[in-house]
Design a protein around this ligand. Structure first.
Ligand code: ATP
Ligand code: MG
Length: 763
């Protein structure tokens, strides 16, 4: 991660200002960590790690009101879970109380702090405004001795809360309001979770934080932008002390520097600890680890991995301007990670029972299916039971299907994923006429060879199915930037209690993650009991939310018109200069993600991001295992070739990500050329099929160099004039020859190989 903070630290190391970097992550133990903290942790610990320094974990615990040991433990667990280690450097600001007190006495002695006895109200009135200077307190003139006496008595407990405070004597006329004699100590009678009743005065944040940094030898104190205004005070306090290795109330061992970066704001959620606490206390969620919350505990329970969260933090980077990050980016990262680690199983969420007539009584060969059918380099396989009764998804059957229906309907044939073909022959109904089940024919070999399946659906064997509960989570809030708890999404949780899961997942341990084929990624919840697994939906396979629901929910005629207008403007902009900067919101997020995660060119990424069907197809292809070069090949094929086929708008295609991944693989392995890939894609669009078969039928394997030789000779022989002009120095004719050669090979020559060969023959 290279960013401006790293640049500054590296410069300080290079100039010899510091021998090594020391950072810290300073949470207040008054709540659980959330994804925003994860960003800070990745910056603080991440930079210390890559720059071979160290990072401290410090509990910033100077407010006895809300802090708790429970939070301390949770914070440690969450930081470790994210993958970071503070080794022996766990500190508590509350361990510095004595030292901080001694340093306050020093400030009094040098005339830089005084006890003020104004009421809170009066202090506020004295503070002035952005345009008016403040007024000095009548107590500002107290002598050092008076101040020493009052402050020691404050500590002894001689006064009531609010009677006195200790204030830094800075400048009541400072344009920075933070410097107008801020309070640095206050009286508080609440027992502290660590120091109990030992203290009744507590140091305030601005005084505590900089000195704690100095005591620990922190070199760079990295925090979020809302502390930018506090930096003057940070520096003012430290400047009152001499830097010296000799410990004394007048010295500090080092002079840390504060650096600020933009905090993370994520759409459709809230990150203020106060608001999160309110959600928990008002029981609007089930607890701090409710899987809908942006807390690390909630995300862990939901099935997020530390790797995905770290990748997300890396992707969003570190900058100095506040912005709203689309939650789609986070979901992209978790899909990307789970795709490689979650074995596939089949689960029917809303079951419809199907009787398979003609299913062999003796059963069929056991179905042994790879755990990662689309990525055979990943290990594992499972045995999928099947019998004469299965469950399919209710929504995979339609009695009166729409025109482009690729699933089951009366008389239609579909493929059961990993198994055979079935034809729907009869609808079973109850007394009221509702569909209760189907009778389908299990097609034997011969019949199956002749039938044409409409599509592939998943299923689960009824006899061996596991009854499981699935908790389907949606965004916690209805609006992108929620401001009040009244904007909670009322349907953020749906509990499905009659789901049927493939028996191979029976032993799933709590936390285990699976891809439920065609649905998404799910992980076993802590509420699972023997015989009754409970799953949380981590994330869907595709990003469908913003596309459909968000629009449905917020749609008014005006909004629709405004969106159309924006799309037109966007399209015009993309036509001029395809740049992700011309996009907004989710589209921009997607485009950036395609570039960042897959190295797709920006222009292509823009096309994919703007056309949801194309983008989804690309994501499916990546999901089916196309990565690196293959992902880029796919992206280019989709944006340059497929886009044209779909220019009339989205429509159902007889192929999907699996086929495209195979096609891209053939290109990257050099089996076929880009030209042939285009041709195969055209055939896929019109009639579907497997790319391997189509290539074989076309005789489309790329020509080897020895096969190319005779063609090159023929092309050169047919164009003697051009050959002599080329040899006389007209090098630009190379393109002419390449074109002729490609035509002669009917697109089967690899352009690069052809060019090389031509060049050497033309010599
Ligand atoms: P509050 O919600 O009460 O303001 P906080 O979230 O700032 O609290 P702290 O415990 O003070 O909680 O945060 C510890 C560190 O995490 C701080 O350095 C803070 O800058 C950083 N941090 C907090 N929220 C974010 C965020 N959304 N993005 C990046 N860093 C954050
Ligand atoms: Mg804070």
């Amino acid at each position: 991660m290279q960013n401006f903070i790293r640049d500054i630290i590296e410069a300080d190391l290079q100039s010899g200002k510091h021998a090594s970097v020391v950072t810290r992550f300073p949470p207040e133990p008054n709540g659980h960590l959330h994804i925003g903290h994860a960003k800070a942790i990745c910056v603080d610990f991440g930079l210390a790690t890559v720059l071979a320094g160290r990072c401290h974990l410090r509990m910033d615990d100077t407010n006895p009101d809300a802090e708790d040991m429970e939070y301390v433990a949770a914070i440690q667990r969450d930081v470790r879970w994210l993958g970071f280690d503070w080794a022996e450097h766990l500190f508590f600001a509350s361990d510095y109380y004595e030292q901080l007190y001694e340093h306050a006495l020093h400030l009094i002695r040098i005339g830089k702090a005084y006890v003020c006895s104004l009421t809170e109200e009066e202090m506020r009135e004295h503070r002035g405004s952005l345009t008016e200077p403040g007024t000095e307190s009548v107590h500002r003139g107290r002598t050092v001795d008076e101040n020493l006496e009052l402050f020691t008595r404050m500590r002894k407990g001689d006064f009531a809360e609010g009677e006195h405070v200790l204030r830094a004597k800075c400048d009541m006329a400072s344009p920075n309001m933070k410097l107008r004699d801020p309070a640095i100590y206050r009286i508080k009678r609440t027992p502290h979770y660590r120091t109990g009743n030992a203290w009744c005065i507590y140091p305030l944040y601005d005084y505590t934080h900089c000195l704690s940094d100095a005591f620990e030898g922190i070199t760079h104190s990295i925090c979020t932008l809302e502390f930018e205004n506090n930096r003057d005070l940070y520096d003012w306090v430290l400047n009152q002390f001499e830097v010296s290795a000799e410990p004394s109330p007048g010295t500090i061992p080092c002079r840390p520097r504060q650096l600020e970066f933009a905090r993370l704001n994520l759409s459709y959620t809230m990150m203020s600890k106060r608001k999160l606490l309110q959600l928990v206390q008002e029981k609007r969620v089930s607890g701090w680890d409710d899987p809908r919350l942006p807390t690390l505990a909630g995300m862990r329970r939901r099935g997020y991995t530390p790797e995905a969260i770290r990748a997300f933090c890396e992707m969003i980077g570190v900058a100095k301007n506040n912005s709203l990050v689309d939650v789609g980016k986070l979901e992209f990262c978790i899909r990307d990670d789970l795709n490689r680690r979650s074995p596939r199983v089949m689960c029917v969420l809303a079951p419809l029972e199907v009787q398979l007539d003609g299913f062999p009584e003796a059963g069929i060969e056991p179905l042994v299916v790879p755990s990662f059918p689309a990525e055979l380099s990943l290990p594992g396989s499972r045995s999928v039971p099947i019998g004469s009764r299965i469950f399919i998804e209710q929504e995979d059957f339609s009695e009166t299907p729409p025109p482009e229906w690729h699933r089951l309907s009366p008389g239609a044939v579909v493929r059961l994923r990993h198994a055979g073909l079935i034809r729907c022959e009869e609808i079973l109904r109850d007394g009221t006429g509702s569909v209760t089940g189907l009778r389908c024919r299990w097609l034997g070999h011969d019949e199956a060879n002749q039938a044409k399946a409409k599509g592939t659906i998943h299923w689960v064997c009824a006899e061996t199915a596991l009854d499981v509960e699935v908790r389907v989570y949606d965004r916690l809030f209805d609006v992108e930037v929620p401001e009040s708890l009244e904007q909670l999404n009322p349907t953020s949780l749906a509990v499905l209690t009659h789901c049927k899961l493939e028996a191979s997942a029976a032993g799933a341990e709590c936390g285990a993650s699976f891809q439920f084929e065609r649905h998404g990624y799910y992980c076993a919840d802590t509420d699972s009991r023997p015989g009754r697994l409970v799953f949380n939906r981590t994330v869907t396979l595709r990003d469908g939310w913003t596309r459909d629901d968000a629009k449905d929910r917020a749609d008014t005629r005006e909004a629709a018109l405004a969106r159309q207008e924006k799309q037109r403007a966007g399209a015009a902009m993309a036509a001029r200069a395809p740049s992700a900067a011309g996009l907004e919101g989710v589209e921009r997020t997607r485009a950036e993600a395609y570039v960042a995660a897959h190295g797709v060119s920006e222009a292509v990424a823009v096309v994919l991001a703007q056309h949801r069907q194309l983008g989804e197809l690309f994501e499916q292809t990546v999901g089916a295992g196309a990565s690196g070069k293959a992902a880029q090949v796919t992206a280019n094929l989709i944006a340059n070739e497929l886009a044209g086929h779909l220019s009339d708008g989205p429509r159902a295609l007889p192929f999907g990500g699996v086929e495209l991944a195979e096609l891209a693989g053939l290109v990257t392995q050099g089996t076929i050329t880009h030209g042939v890939a285009k041709e195969v894609l055209g055939q896929l669009v019109t009639r579907g099929g497997r790319p391997g078969d189509l290539v074989a039928a076309l005789g489309g394997e790329a020509l080897s160099v020895s096969e190319l030789g005779p063609l090159v000779a023929a092309v050169l022989a047919a164009h003697p004039d051009e050959v002599s002009r080329y040899r006389a120095g007209k090098n630009t004719l190379l393109g002419f020859f390449v074109g002729k050669l490609m035509r002669a090979s009917r697109g089967k020559a690899d352009a690069k190989a052809a060019e090389d060969l031509l060049r050497s023959r033309l010599g």
